[in-house]
Design a protein around this ligand. Structure first.
Ligand code: GRF
Length: 197
């Protein structure tokens, strides 16, 4: 059974979808802990599903390394086989990425390498894109630059604003994320091979 740690910063709708999927005993993975950089609303999903959680409060970029060390201590306690960033709105310190990559994946609401970074949805709208997408990637030392494990196009509608477009992207993200976790759990997806130079 693949042990998964999920890190969030926000509402955790992708986390909720993963918790619902892993609640099925036939699903080959389990979420063992949920972590956040703040008292994120999404932590309520962990409570609802009886999953332990922790918060390592972000105290500014000047303390990124210390924050990363505390995060690493928490993750090591739970010995996950896979770390999933699902709406964690912080760049992980290099030491944390190096400790976990390639067993650390991220969901992104754009068709990478298009529109990387913290505002992928907003950037797609600003660019006048007719379509964008959702991606699941391996986290590497860059910003949304790791190997792509899954991605799918999502149309942009003329009347879209950032919220309506993001809400159309998220269900696609959730489906891709759950399928990637399942494929990793059953050995269909080899993260080391996916990350090979
Ligand atoms: C997701 O679209 C994720 O890819 C992005 O932020 C959003 C988080 O949404 N980084 P939620 O917190 O899972 O609802």
């Amino acid at each position: 059974m693949l042990r998964v740690a999920v890190l969030i910063s926000g509402a955790g709708s992708n986390l909720q979808a993963l918790l619902e999927a892993t609640a099925d005993p036939a699903f080959p993975a389990q979420v063992v802990v949920v972590g956040a950089d703040r008292q994120a609303a999404g932590l309520a999903h962990a409570d609802h599903f009886g999953i332990p959680s922790f918060v390592v409060p972000w105290r500014g970029a000047a303390e990124r390394e210390a924050w990363g060390e505390q995060l690493q201590q928490q993750l090591e306690r739970w010995q996950p086989d896979l770390v999933v960033l699902s709406g964690l709105m912080k760049l992980l310190p290099a030491a944390v990425v190096e400790a976990w990559s390639p067993r650390i994946v991220n969901t992104h609401p754009a068709y990478l390498p298009e529109f990387p970074g913290a505002h992928g949805v907003r950037d797609a709208l600003a660019a006048g894109a007719a379509r964008t997408g959702a991606s699941v990637i391996v986290v590497d030392s860059g910003v949304d630059s790791g190997p792509i494990l899954a991605q799918e196009r999502v149309p942009v509608l003329p009347e879209d604003d950032e919220h309506t477009l993001h809400e159309r992207i998220k269900p696609v993200e959730r489906r891709l994320l759950i399928d990637v976790v399942r494929r990793i759990a059953v050995g269909e997806l080899d993260l080391t091979a996916a990350s090979a130079p």
